[in-house]
Write a protein of this length. Structure first.
Length: 489
């Protein structure tokens, strides 16, 4: 049984903040003035709002739909005619609910623009909008059976809403008699934390609100709305929690229930990071839609940018990438020494060695196909024309007198996207060259040795970037060695 306790202060934000998001947000804000005047940006924001509106209901099991229908609604608009009646016989009701969510997210942008202060009154207004087309909530009768009850709106719960988990344990939320006072405390504390990093403030506000659970139903939707409000107010984007990632989201919330807010902060920061990168990639779509005179002007602007403002940003990003390449080379040297000590001294069939090239070297084009393969898997464009350097740890197994198995981990530094926007990328590429039955050497498909690429942006301090990179690199090395162990030993 999980007992309820009053909401607590936010822990030290310096220990919770996500350094990468802050620097990436600065890059986005520097580009925002140019992009937000373009139709493509407004279309992007509209699609993001629709995605938020759909996913916030999917998370709560208000309705179900496959990814194909979701994508169609995001692109074409929320229409009942686009929802399959076979999969959802209540398509009209589902569309109405999603549109009420869309009204709520539009309202959040209006709220920020009007510079209103967050209050319990506004939260009640938000709940009314979100649940406009929801008439009932699930309750429990005297026999312990689940029943539909009328959903109270514009007022807090009258009865306990403590859920019973699959294992029979009861999770307790704030008692009805203390809900109003706890909500007042929530607003007071929120006002004190206005200068906290948005990923910290949004995670804290979301979690503490869910601890109170002030309404009979719709609390999750309101919580994600409040978290989105914090990010929108900070000049960022609505918090889109995908139903496909529901388990990760729930796990982070449960960690927060246990007193550790950091996983939820990091999860929210990761979602914002992805939104920022998508927004930064919009510039290429702008140029695709320009008429001839606009294209010529855009080309001239790009040339001036390369020659003037971007020169300094480009130089800073390249300098940081080169420092990280050297850091990677030094760390892989240490790993090589350890591998040779543990495996190579008495085993002539295994050899370990390292190659490294800086940008502009006559071998900087090596591993190009594998780098592009991994970029495609991580869903971004790797620009290998304007910048490329790499470090490679090779493991060569020679059991039969000829190269039978050659494994490589390539730490690749290169451009991100079709146009430089202050960000370079680093990927961890793992692949093998094996001997086939015909005696030929063949490269196997490359895989990513990291879950995500590493971003390098010119606004981040070298110290912060190096610390972040050390953690990312270590995880990539461990995964690569495990892949080699399972495939070759």
């Amino acid at each position: 049984m999980s007992g309820w306790r009053p909401i607590e202060d936010c822990p030290d934000p310096r220990q919770l903040a996500h350094g990468e998001l802050a620097s990436l947000a600065d890059v986005w804000k520097a580009q925002r003035g140019e992009l937000e005047q373009q139709k493509v940006y407004h279309d992007f924001l509209e699609r993001l709002k629709r995605e938020w509106s759909i996913e916030t209901g999917l998370i709560e099991r208000l309705y179900t739909m496959d990814r194909g229908i979701t994508e169609m609604l995001i692109e074409q608009g929320i229409k009942a005619s686009l929802i399959s009646h076979k999969n959802d016989p209540n398509s009209e009701q589902t569309a109405a609910m999603i549109n009420s969510h869309k009204d709520a997210i539009d309202g959040l942008f209006g709220f920020v623009k009007s510079e209103r202060d967050l209050s319990t009154g506004y939260i009640k207004e938000l709940h009314v909008v979100l649940t406009e087309h929801q008439a009932t909530a699930t309750g429990v009768d005297l026999q312990g059976q689940k029943v539909d009850v009328e959903l109270l709106k514009r007022e807090y719960k009258k009865h306990p809403n403590n859920p019973t988990r699959p294992d029979g344990a009861v999770h307790h939320y704030c008692p009805p008699e203390q809900t109003a006072s706890e909500m007042d405390r929530l607003i007071e504390m929120y006002q004190e934390y206005q200068n906290y990093p948005p990923e910290v403030l949004s995670a804290w506000l979301h979690h503490r609100f869910t601890q109170i659970h002030p309404f009979e139903d719709g609390n999750g939707r309101v919580a994600r709305s409040l978290a989105s409000l914090v990010f929108i107010k900070a000049g960022l984007f609505p918090l889109v929690v995908l139903n496909d990632n529901r388990s990760e989201y729930i796990e982070a919330l449960e960690r927060a229930d246990a007193g550790d807010l950091k996983p939820l902060v990091d999860y929210f920061a990761t979602l914002q990071r992805k939104a920022c990168l998508k927004a930064l990639s919009l510039s290429e779509k702008v140029t695709q839609k320009h008429q001839l005179n606009e294209a010529i002007q855009s080309a001239a602007n790009k040339l001036r940018q390369r020659q003037d403002a971007l020169v300094n940003e480009w130089s800073q990003a390249m300098s940081l990438a080169e420092a990280l390449r050297i850091q990677a080379e030094n760390r892989l040297d240490e790993v090589l020494d350890q591998l040779e000590e543990e495996m190579g001294e008495n085993n002539e069939s295994i050899r370990f060695y390292i190659n490294s090239t800086e940008h502009g070297h006559d071998q900087d084009y090596f591993h190009r196909n594998q780098i592009i393969q991994v970029a495609n898997k991580l869903d971004y464009f790797a620009d290998l024309d304007h910048y490329k350097s790499w470090v490679c740890l090779s493991i060569k197994m020679d059991e039969t007198g000829s190269d039978s198995n050659h494994t490589r981990l390539v730490i690749s530094f290169h451009g991100f996207g079709h146009e430089f926007r202050g960000v370079l990328a680093c990927s961890a590429v793992w692949y093998q060259r094996i001997k086939t039955e015909e005696g030929e050497q063949e490269n196997m498909p490359a895989v990513s040795a990291s879950d995500e690429l590493f971003q390098i942006n010119y606004r981040e301090s070298p110290e912060d970037a190096k610390q972040r990179f050390a953690d990312w690199l270590e995880a990539a090395i461990i995964r690569s060695i495990n892949l080699w162990t399972h495939s070759s030993l």
